[in-house]
Design a protein around this ligand. Structure first.
Ligand SMILES: [Zn+2]
Length: 491
């Protein structure tokens, strides 16, 4: 019924104060409710935590009063005939806000305490003529009045990996961005790489991004965030924190380098916190590939424990989960799969190295292969899929090349860390049918153990929405780990 939880150990070298003990016991009890796959009774909570029944009753009363848990319908249990009242997380109360900046769009998401997506909004970038960094280019900012990709979508009822799973997977795979294909927006600014050789140099990250103006972009995102916060309030949800997903390494709230956006050293967290008109809303910033893996971990079934989620966009990132726990690295700067070398004689990459995976499998490389594809289609993956489905030999060859390169890079990873599943996320989730065979071929020939334990390659469940959902989950995680500040806030 219950699962082991990550316990918060009190400090051993100082006396435990009474209020600290109360807070600790409340955390202990709440985490059991969070981790229980079905509603859990007070008696079961006492057994799982080792606390007395009167203590459990007091804590549960506190949680009920604070609106964090609800009582399930009484049910008869065992032979005693006594009603068994289960406790589960409330669908109202605290909520997390996720924000995502991609090369082609912005998105926002709200999840409630149960991890269910309650609001999901998506806006392709629009073009502001005259803002381009290069002659004839346009700077793209998001259209703040983007439509809902999946309003009130309930797709990711999920749980903290450290707390045990809720056991409720998404009710259906994400529709991906096909749902909004055809949403006519002004043509975006063009991506600047063309030809066979990527443009090198780190200064402006040329050829990898759109030179999005940080303030304009963040202002558009803040407007979407405020709309999401209002939508949450209308459903009796209070957004308690926000996390922004960005394609690049992050240092605190600072985006160090995001070539696909053309950003370097942008204090995105600070700017957003100022722009969003809500007092004291903490805004965290994190790498999108890691957050996408977090989203997939929550949304996937309990068997999904050791996997890599490869998010393919104009950059290629990888989020690694081992034993149900996302791996972060010392500074959270791992996952740059796009800059793993796959050919020592390969072309120069924008990172300064050469032969990187990104030079073969980034979306721009595939787009560049098609003579009759615009250099910056509104829905790149959809455009690629349409073209190859119509028999384009150039795109098919580019996809095969991308798949082989992906297979080589992922094989190195799998040989090292022994994951059993490779999820193709982001735009790759829409191209899986064209990529799987090539990746699988490389895995079978390069990973030592595949003859005994094949590696499953499949599309991610959440697709392009994984990062923004993961960001929202990370934002609500603070309450799931420690509900005491929420209780204090309510006085
Ligand atoms: Zn590189």
């Amino acid at each position: 019924m219950t699962r082991p939880v990550h316990r918060v150990a009190p400090a051993t070298d100082t006396p435990v104060r009474q209020d600290s003990l109360r807070a600790h016991n409340l955390i202990l009890t709440f985490r059991q409710i969070v981790g229980a796959p079905v509603p859990i009774s007070r008696i079961e909570l006492a057994a799982a935590t080792g606390l007395t029944r009167p203590t459990i009753s007091r804590i549960v009363d506190e949680l009920l009063t604070a609106g964090l848990v609800v009582e399930a319908e009484p049910a008869r249990s065992g032979n005693s005939g006594r009603p068994r009242v289960g406790l589960s997380l409330a669908r109202t109360g605290p909520a997390g806000l996720g924000l995502d900046i991609r090369a082609d769009s912005l998105s926002v998401c709200v999840v409630d305490l149960t991890g269910t997506v309650r609001h999901l909004d998506f806006a392709p970038h629009r073009v502001l003529p005259g803002h381009g960094a290069e002659s004839g280019d346009h700077a793209a900012v998001a259209e703040p009045t983007g439509r809902h990709a999946a309003p009130s979508h309930s797709g990711a009822a999920v749980a903290d990996p450290n707390l045990g799973r809720q056991g409720v997977a998404g009710d259906e795979p994400s529709p991906g961005r096909r749902a909004v294909a055809g949403d006519e927006q002004p043509s975006p600014g063009r991506w600047t790489v063309a030809g066979d050789e990527p443009v090198a140099g780190l200064g402006r990250a040329p050829g990898r991004g759109r030179d999005l103006d940080p303030e304009d972009t963040l202002r558009s995102l803040a407007a979407m965030a405020e709309k999401a916060i209002r939508a949450a309030m209308a459903e009796n949800l209070t957004v308690v924190g926000a996390t922004l997903a960005v394609p690049g390494p992050v240092d605190g709230g600072m985006v160090r380098f995001a070539p696909t956006l053309g950003w370097r050293d942008v204090d995105a967290g600070g700017i957003l916190a100022t722009l969003i008109g809500t007092d004291d809303l903490p805004v965290g910033v994190d790498n999108d590939a890691g957050l996408a893996a977090l989203g997939e971990l929550y949304a996937g079934g309990p068997e999904l424990r050791d996997f890599v989620c490869v998010s393919g966009e104009f950059d290629i990132g990888a989020g690694l989960v081992l034993g149900g726990v996302p791996l972060r690295g010392s500074r959270g700067w791992g996952g740059e799969l796009g800059h793993v070398m796959v050919d020592s004689a390969g072309p120069a990459c924008a990172c300064g190295a050469s032969g990187c995976l990104q030079c073969y499998a980034g979306l721009q490389r595939i787009i560049d292969a098609a003579p009759d594809l615009p250099s910056s289609p509104q829905q790149p993956a959809v455009a690629i899929d349409t073209l190859v489905s119509n028999g384009s030999p150039e795109i098919l060859a580019a996809l095969n090349r991308a798949a082989s390169a992906l297979g080589i890079a992922v094989s190195a990873l799998v040989n090292l860390v022994n994951v059993d599943t490779v999820l193709l996320g982001g735009s790759y989730s829409l191209l899986t049918s064209w990529l799987t065979d090539g990746i699988d071929r490389e895995l079978r020939s390069r990973v030592l153990t595949t003859r005994w334990s094949p590696i499953e390659v499949r599309p991610s469940l959440l697709g392009p929405d994984a990062a923004v959902i993961g960001a929202a989950l990370q934002a609500i995680d603070q309450v799931r780990r420690d509900p005491n500040p929420w209780l204090a806030r309510r006085g």
